[in-house]
Design a protein around this ligand. Sequence first.
Ligand SMILES: Cc1cc2nc3c(=O)[nH]c(=O)nc-3n(C[C@H](O)[C@H](O)[C@H](O)COP(=O)(O)OP(=O)(O)OC[C@H]3O[C@@H](n4cnc5c(N)ncnc54)[C@H](O)[C@@H]3O)c2cc1C
Length: 428
Amino acid sequence: MISPQIHGYKVRKSRKRITKYVRYRFRGCVITPTPYDYCIIGAGIIGLTIAYELTKKQPKARLIIIDKEPSAAQHQTGRNSGVIHAGVYYTPGSLKATLCRKGVPAIINFCTKHQVAYEQCGKLIVAVDADEATRLDGLYTRAIENQIQVKKIDSTEMAKIEPNINGVSAILSPTTGIVDYAGICHKLVELLTAKGVIFQFSTTVINLHESPDEAVIETNQGTIKAAQLIVCAGLQADRLADMMGMADDFRIVPFRGEYFRLAEKHNTIVNHLIYPVPKPGLPFLGVHLTKMVGGYTTVGPNAVLSLGREDYQRSFFEPVDTWRTISYPGFWKLMNRFKLAGLSELKRSLSKSAYMKEVHRYCTTISVDDLEPYRTGIRAMAVDPKGNMIDDFLIKKTARSLHVCNAPSPAATSSFAIADHLFEKGYL
Ligand SMILES: Cc1cc2nc3c(=O)[nH]c(=O)nc-3n(C[C@H](O)[C@H](O)[C@H](O)COP(=O)(O)OP(=O)(O)OC[C@H]3O[C@@H](n4cnc5c(N)ncnc54)[C@H](O)[C@@H]3O)c2cc1C
């Protein structure tokens, strides 16, 4: 029989041996006590491209992606214009300007490698009067500053390349293209699943917090823990940032973008995408004619304040979202500044002929009868407490989390470049 003292001594000795062995065996390894190294919230194009970049940079990382919808790209990413923007409009030096320019070849490389349909059909920005022609000159200068390939076109040349479009002058951006962003996302889900990334759809995040060791994600399906959290929640970005006390300086205000599909006889009405000259001070590009990769043409989107963030049917009954918007002082300051533009947009939303007038400024070949129903998109626009729309991409970080707080257009174009930027700048 072994005495208790000797037994205790042996146990302590073997514990010491085990500890020594574990230290030796796992020397140099970071032992993560949490089940996942990374958790990404949001299976839109931003969340998925970050995941794609992560699996390239850290192939052994344990990664879970969660989304409240049953599949990827159900919100902004699957409801946009499908344009690969060249980067003409953006403030030189801004993240938008830099990452859009870098994003174009990245998107095209991905589509070529993985057989996702795209086309670099080019785009014309058309001025219809002298005032717009002057502003168009300003855009031309900006495009050059942004190192974007552009060409000035006069009305004679415009008539040759776009017989159905009228204007006094235009800028041709030959590198602008079209793609199906939802198609890119479905391909990314396929590739990431093959690499062992876990997808948990139909899972809504209801609370977030972090400790020095991990991020804790509470969902309607239980709690998930990860060493690092990456939030790419688009229209809900401020709500998720708020859960971690990080949304004091912005709130998402939703703007509907209503489209129509043109009657089939107009599938080839244009050879390029046709955009108006944007109205001064407004962040939206104006109602445009867009060739789609499916072979048809759409017209839109307008930009109307939306009461619900995901209210695509315009039910007008979204009390929680509505309260969140109208209880924000920055919203009223924004409305005050843009009340006339807002009322004109509302008029165009309620009347097809008012909508059509906007298109007739540069294309008189189509009529109200050619407008067929098409999906609506809702843009997430971050607004600061003073009522300024936050123009550039906005990224925030805590020790255990990274939040993509503002990723408006051209974020889909820039998505692969945004993901790359996060690594380059040491955010991840
Ligand atoms: C009308 C319109 C036209 C546009 N046109 C273009 C264009 O032509 N070219 C271009 O480059 N960009 C365009 N954009 C912008 C582009 O679509 C967006 O910048 C981009 O899709 C943003 O992607 P995202 O992943 O951040 O957001 P989203 O695609 O909105 O994805 C966010 C995801 O987060 C999930 N989520 C949110 N909250 C939760 C929660 N609590 N729990 C779990 N999941 C949650 C959502 O379900 C969603 O899947 C357009 C946008 C709109 C709306």
